[in-house]
Design a protein around this ligand. Structure first.
Ligand SMILES: C[S@@+](CC[C@H](N)C(=O)[O-])C[C@H]1O[C@@H](n2cnc3c(N)ncnc32)[C@H](O)[C@@H]1O
Length: 200
């Protein structure tokens, strides 16, 4: 069965100004937290159309964009010449098993609620980082289930901060910190977005 749950959404994905602004806020929260001076190669997990990575591209040499969705990857590929660093797009389901690669950092925005086994995902992130590599993972705080109009492919209605942080701690991450990164505005309400940061 196809896991391209974004097939119907990909074309209009960036037409939602609130969504674009939300991811820009997340990117700024990441940039405010980490010094990108020695960061060369990062991975964007669940990169979608590239809203997050395009805000960080000028600070790194290379970004590996990972997404399971053919449609979202296609939208990203169409605008790849505007991305100001080397860009590699991989169409894989990273929740299944880690890549045999090491990155300086892993960024992710609004993807973890689409992942069933959060502990396994953090274990995989840990495996794919150099020592001192970072994670910067943004997603929804616990919500009432109204954020998505269609829950296909949605495994979590946001996350409780302490429980989410504990998964990362259990995987081995240190210097873990939680902060508020943005508010996602939707017609049916406002949804707080957190950023979890940590170091291998
Ligand atoms: C809500 S979108 C977020 C896209 C982008 N990060 C943003 O903030 O605009 C979630 C993305 O995660 C991708 N995704 C979901 N599960 C995945 C998995 N197991 N492996 C790779 N990508 C996945 C989806 O295809 C989708 O493009």
């Amino acid at each position: 069965m196809s896991k391209d749950y974004f097939q119907q959404k990909a074309n209009a994905y960036e037409q939602d100004e609130n969504r674009v602004k939300n991811v820009e806020n997340i990117a700024n929260a990441i940039l405010n937290h980490f010094d990108f001076h020695n960061i060369k190669h990062i991975m964007d997990f669940g990169s979608g159309t590239g809203l997050l990575l395009e805000n960080l591209a000028r600070f790194v040499d290379k970004i590996t964009a990972i997404d399971i969705s053919t449609s979202m990857n296609k939208k990203l590929a169409e605008k790849s010449s505007a991305v100001t660093c080397e860009l590699e797009i991989l169409e894989i389901d990273l929740s299944e098993k880690p890549l045999d690669r090491k990155f300086d950092g892993i960024i992710s925005s609004m993807t973890m609620h689409h992942i069933s086994d959060i502990q396994k995902m953090f274990n995989n992130f840990y495996h794919m980082l150099h020592v001192n590599g970072f994670i910067a993972i943004a997603d929804l705080e616990l919500e009432d289930g109204d954020f998505h109009t269609d829950d296909t492919g949605v495994f979590h209605f946001g996350f409780e901060p302490k429980a989410f942080l504990n998964y990362a701690k259990e995987a081995g991450f240190k210097n873990l910190a939680f902060k508020s990164a943005s508010i996602a505005h939707k017609p049916n309400g406002d949804y707080p977005i957190f950023l979890l940061t940590g170091i291998k």
